[in-house]
Design a protein around this ligand. Structure first.
Ligand SMILES: Cc1cc2nc3c(=O)[nH]c(=O)nc-3n(C[C@H](O)[C@H](O)[C@H](O)COP(=O)(O)OP(=O)(O)OC[C@H]3O[C@@H](n4cnc5c(N)ncnc54)[C@H](O)[C@@H]3O)c2cc1C
Length: 573
């Protein structure tokens, strides 16, 4: 039986002989080759033998790959691989079925001559400056001049986790950049969220790049602690952040960009070569227009304006929506003695936090995984090695098992009238998250409150109108309320482009996020990778950075290398 080492040998020979058809024949008919910057300067998955042959034909000679090795054991049908290209070292993963590749993942890990100065490449720290300046003097000079007497090569708009992770990579790669954020302090985006919020994913999954949480860190980080950590991260990674600075507009020019920003009340122009939108996918509060809203006598606001349930004891609160924020806010209201009613229009996917932590993430991101020698880098590489097409299949299989194992929990919820779904194709949270980033709740306790009635639920009906003392549902039911909270979600990332750059550029770029699955919130055609994220877009010099903490950790390095390659004038087409 062909094992990984033997397969790699055949693959290497076919590449060296420049034989696209032979290369394609090493894959299953439905085989997948996911490549992140190693063979081409983008993130793409090539599906099926024809597409693989075409990809090999156009890119193999330019890439000049060599020195393929694997650490897979003899006889193994899958494992990690390493190789070299004309640009630098690469890593990846092969999965074989009956001796043919079900999937191959190849990724550039460094640019030769411009490697990240990590571990054995770290700088000495001894400074021999002709003017006798020490680290502090040089750091201060850097800070004082960027955006003032020196233009940043990259302007990163938004200094949340996404902007900071990319900034850290660019700092290490020596790419002149500036981060701006309209908040007064780094971390305020997390601080400004409701009081009860803690991260829903466990600590092993949430490390920022290059600087991991210490070993005593709680499993689920409280939101203010996360904000403080990001502020500390910005200092430790020596990031230049202009806080209190808002991007008002940006226009592409022949040389790059003209960006108009307002820094503490003063308007300035910056002229970067590249603009990275790291503005988050929770930026625009989305509030539906409901007839009669202006007649309501009590307070009404979007979930992003909810700070906590203090002072709301005894209040009747209608919460419109049934995803993450709606559940978290309802639970918070219960804990503060208020009486929430959740209005669920359409079905929601629920995953219990324990399932997320102890079943889904455990093999790669857990204390047990760490003890077994798993590093975050290796875990991220293995995760990325699964093309989205296979992720869908794996998720459907995993969810079929989970639904059965946790049937009593889901049955109780349905008996309480809750409308459940597991994504249209049964792919669960991964499907929902990658397709639209919405439509789910990671259960940290609100579900039991729905089951026992502490959170009242009205399911399957729209709000027909708002009246002075409450709401009326489409079936005519009147629900009295002292307050209304709209947990109705956020606008999409591309809306930032329309508002800040212009509708023409927004139209050229198209949607961000989603991979063309054809399921709800993610129309086709199939693209196989997230649209416009962390890779070149249709607008030269415009990039998108974002995602959850695990995604920004992994993709910040890939986006950083793409920007470095352009700064150094390497061939990028
Ligand atoms: C309630 C809630 C809970 C979440 N829980 C988790 C979780 O547990 N785990 C997880 O991984 N993810 C979670 N997420 C999702 C996601 O990770 C967060 O939304 C995260 O904050 C996204 O990081 P970001 O850097 O992409 O964007 P943000 O953190 O939103 O940062 C964007 C920054 O851009 C700035 N900005 C916006 N407009 C401008 C402008 N014009 N000029 C300058 N600056 C601007 C903002 O001030 C902000 O600081 C949660 C999201 C929400 C809403």
């Amino acid at each position: 039986m062909t094992d990984v080492a033997a397969w790699l040998g055949s693959f290497e020979r076919a590449l060296a002989d420049n034989q696209p058809d032979l290369i394609a024949n090493l894959f299953l008919e439905t085989g997948l080759w996911r490549d992140f910057l190693a063979f081409d300067w983008t993130l793409a998955t090539h599906e099926g033998r024809d597409a693989i042959a075409e990809f090999a034909k156009s890119r193999a000679a330019l890439t000049a790959p060599s020195n393929w090795t694997t650490e897979a054991a003899a006889g193994a049908s899958e494992g990690l691989i390493a190789f070299e290209t004309a640009i630098g070292p690469g890593q990846g993963y092969v999965r074989l079925v009956d001796g043919k590749a079900l999937s191959l993942f190849t990724m550039l890990s460094d640019i030769r001559g411009h490697e990240l100065p990590l571990r054995q490449r770290r700088v000495s720290g001894l400074i021999a400056d002709a003017e006798g300046r020490n680290w502090q003097d040089l750091r201060q000079a850097d800070r004082d001049t960027i955006g003032v007497s020196r233009e940043p090569y990259v302007l990163i708009v938004g200094a949340g986790q996404a902007g900071l992770a990319l900034g850290a990579t660019l700092r290490l790669l020596g790419v002149p950049h500036l981060l701006i954020d309209k908040h007064p302090r780094v971390g305020d985006q997390w601080r400004s969220r409701y009081m009860s919020l803690t991260l829903h994913d466990p600590v092993w999954y949430d490390h920022m790049p290059y600087l991991q949480f210490p070993d005593h860190w709680p499993v689920y980080t409280p939101k203010d602690k996360m904000g403080d950590w990001l502020e500390l991260y910005a200092a430790a990674m020596e990031l230049d952040v202009w806080t209190g600075t808002e991007l008002k507009s940006a226009r592409p020019t022949d040389a790059g960009w003209t960006a108009t920003v307002v820094r503490e009340g003063e308007e300035r122009e910056l002229k970067p070569s590249h603009v990275v939108m790291a503005l988050g996918n929770s930026g625009f509060a989305r509030i539906p227009e409901i007839p009669g809203a202006e007649s309501f006598r009590g307070a009404q606001y979007h979930s992003s304006a909810h700070r906590g349930g203090e002072g709301l004891a005894g209040k009747r609160v209608v919460v419109i929506g049934a995803n993450n924020s709606a559940h978290d806010i309802c639970a918070d209201l219960v804990e503060h003695g208020a009486f929430p009613v959740m209005i669920q229009r359409s079905s929601t996917h629920i995953i219990r936090q324990s399932t997320m932590t102890d079943v889904m993430l455990k093999p790669l991101y857990s204390e047990q995984a760490v003890e077994a020698g798993m590093t975050v880098e290796r875990a991220d590489l293995i995760s990325a090695s699964v093309p989205i097409r296979l992720q869908e299949i794996g998720s459907r299989q995993a969810w079929a098992r989970i639904r059965e194992a946790e049937a009593p929990f889901y049955n109780r919820l349905e008996a309480a009238g809750f409308k459940l779904d597991f994504a249209e194709d049964g792919a669960g949270i991964a499907g929902k998250y990658l397709r639209s980033g919405s439509g789910y709740y990671i259960d940290v306790g609100a579900c039991e409150m729905i089951v026992d009635g502490r959170i009242a639920l009205r399911s399957g009906h729209d709000v027909a109108r708002i009246v002075p003392d409450g709401i009326e549902l489409a079936d005519g039911e009147h629900i009295a309320a002292d307050m209304i909270i709209y947990a109705t979600g956020f606008g999409a990332m591309e809306e930032w482009v329309s508002r800040l750059i212009g509708p023409d550029v927004a139209e050229r770029i198209g949607r961000c996020w989603g991979y063309g699955s054809g399921y709800r919130g993610d129309p086709g055609p199939w693209e196989g990778e997230l649209r416009n994220m962390w890779k070149p877009t249709a607008q030269q010099g415009l990039w998108f950075m974002g995602g959850n903490l695990a995604q920004v950790r992994f993709y910040s390095r890939l986006l950083g290398m793409q920007l470095k390659a352009r700064l150094e004038g390497l061939v990028v087409a």
